[in-house]
Write a protein of this length. Structure first.
Length: 166
């Protein structure tokens, strides 16, 4: 007799995330759209859950939310900083590459770190070493290379290590 896979219920965090994203994308607060958001927030994880392999999970949800807020704040501030830099004398810019040694080896936290860096204007993740020990980043302006490395490690990598307990 064939066994049927049990449909997965979404975690509360995933449900809220999908619900909010749907409402923000559609911009509609009608009862029909809210109902559709609920159905999709339950249905999407149920359908795609079977395709996912077990991996790392967020261990500290409050810290993850705080990380998200810090990242959003940094994106806004960096937009103004980069605008000021490119509208000013571009000859004063010191672009370059830096190598950030990583203290974590799991794919998900490294991906989130690289994505955070790329989402923040003025920096972009360019490559991960084959051994996953170094992340290469291009920055629009580097005053002090070590200070930038320390900032990325303390502001982004350390919280991700704590969030995922890795």
């Amino acid at each position: 007799m064939a066994t049927r896979k049990k449909m997965k219920r979404p975690s509360f965090f995933n449900f809220i995330f999908l619900f909010v994203i749907w409402i923000l994308l559609t911009g509609s607060y009608s009862m029909a759209n809210i109902l559709l958001a609920v159905v999709l927030s339950i249905g999407i994880p149920a359908v795609v859950g079977g395709f996912q392999r077990e991996g790392m999970r967020v261990k500290k949800h409050r810290k993850a939310f705080k990380y998200f807020l810090i990242m959003l704040s940094d994106i806004v501030v960096s937009n103004f900083t980069v605008a000021k830099q490119v509208l000013g004398k571009t000859s004063k810019l010191k672009p370059g590459f830096i190598a950030i040694p990583l203290d974590m080896a799991e794919p998900l936290p490294i991906t989130l770190l690289a994505s955070t860096i790329s989402l923040t204007p003025g920096t972009v993740s360019t490559e991960l070493s084959a051994d996953r020990k170094v992340l290469y980043v291009h920055a629009l302006h580097i005053e002090d290379e070590q200070a930038l490395i320390n900032l990325i490690k303390t502001r982004y990598e350390a919280p991700l290590k704590e969030i995922f307990q890795c």
